[in-house]
Design a protein around this ligand. Structure first.
Ligand code: IPM
Ligand code: MG
Length: 371
């Protein structure tokens, strides 16, 4: 039997617990059928944690996350907590975990699965075969830069400000993640910024270029302004392999890339820290990109695929279990090819199902594939 793998599961708010439930069944299946032994802990995060202990990211959760080999995260937030002060937002749950665990590289694949080509709002010809990996910096830039705040001026008017700041080492380390990925993919990185208007963007472009020249001459680098990238993503998405961006541009462009695929309900992500040279390990957190979707929470209709695919990324990235990751991905694709759809990806002629039926169908496909 394989060595224990310590997982921290943080279901969070909204549809998080519902879709996580389906992943727990996949984990049980893997325990049974593949003899992967997981040691699972659960923790509090987001609005639920605010209600229970008064903080969106309790110290205990951070400690558990640091002790785990990997964190599987659901989603946080909802209308119930929308009016809390800025310092108490449920979103701080994920932001603090990223920061405290040093999770600087967020990998967001936007893959158009063949059975879902028609689910995109773009023409099938434009999106068929799209396979993009957005690499987003997640512990720096305008999300954390100081000074920030809203101040009241002597005339009584308010002034709000944030700071977009990057040290060259922060740029270089996330650029290396993008170049390494491109090497295993189609060998191209598109680095986005606004070097035409932002000083930090100017440095971003310079440093990414230096890293490429010195360490990755075999990878093609293209620099693109972030606004142009948004336009190109909608018109010619197939030109992209890896897109590299800072925290803010990466946030926006990864949603856009995700939308090309037809459903946020299908997309996973991984956020990785640096490899510890002593142990060879790295902190890592895996989460679907759809968020807590409060409008459909509690109805049993959420799509569990993104959370399951996040678990597949966890198997691949944290444990090197490529075969098991691919097995789960194939099972999901087969279920879709068989015509089952949750509401978010429903198309004419397909069979509409809820969260648990979708989950069961994936388990059945896993049984068949493993037989
Ligand atoms: C994301 C989300 C978060 C972000 C929010 C929930 C803080 O939009 O993961 O993309 O902006 O990073
Ligand atoms: Mg976002």
């Amino acid at each position: 039997m394989a060595a224990n793998k310590k997982l921290l599961v943080l279901p969070g708010d909204g549809i998080g617990p519902e879709v996580m439930h389906e992943v727990r069944r996949v984990i049980d299946w893997m325990d049974r059928r593949r003899a992967l032994s997981f040691e699972i802990e659960e923790g509090l995060v987001g609005g639920g944690a605010i209600d229970a202990v008064g903080s969106p990211c309790p110290d205990e959760t951070v400690e558990k996350a640091k002790a785990a080999d990997a964190v599987l995260f659901g989603s946080v937030g909802g209308p119930k907590w929308d009016s809390l002060p800025f310092e108490q937002r449920p979103e701080l749950g994920i932001l603090r975990l990223r920061k405290d665990l040093g999770l600087f590289a967020n990998l967001r694949p936007a893959l158009v699965m063949d059975p879902l080509v028609e689910a995109s709002s773009l023409k099938p010809d434009i999106v068929r075969g799209v396979d993009i990996m957005v690499v987003r910096e997640t512990v720096g830039g305008i999300y954390f830069g100081e000074p920030r705040g809203v101040e009241t001026l002597p005339d009584g008017k308010r002034r709000g400000f944030d700071t977009d700041v990057y040290h060259e080492d922060e740029i270089a380390r996330v650029a290396r993640v993008a170049f390494d990925l491109a090497r295993k993919r189609r060998g191209k990185v598109t680095s986005v910024e606004k070097a035409n208007v932002m000083q930090s963007g100017r440095l971003w472009r310079a440093v990414v270029g230096e890293v490429q020249k010195a360490e990755y001459p075999d990878v093609a680098l293209e620099n693109m302004y972030a606004d142009n990238c948004a336009m190109q993503l909608c018109s010619r998405p197939k030109q992209f392999d890896v897109i590299l961006g800072n925290n803010l541009f990466g946030d926006v462009l990864s949603d856009l890339a995700a939308a090309l695929t037809g459903s946020l309900g299908m997309l996973p992500s991984a956020t990785l820290g640096a490899v510890d040279p002593a142990t060879g390990k790295r902190h890592a957190l895996y989460e679907p990109i759809h968020g807590s979707a409060p409008d459909i929470a509690g109805k049993g209709i959420a799509n569990p695929c993104a959370q399951m695919l996040s678990f597949a990324m966890l198997l691949r990235w944290s444990f090197g279990l490529e075969e098991d990751a691919a097995l789960l991905e194939t099972a999901i694709e087969k279920v879709l090819a068989g015509g089952l759809r949750t509401a978010d990806i429903m198309q004419p002629g397909m069979a509409r199902v809820g969260t648990s039926v979708m989950g069961e169908a994936v388990l059945r496909e896993l049984d068949k594939l493993a037989a």
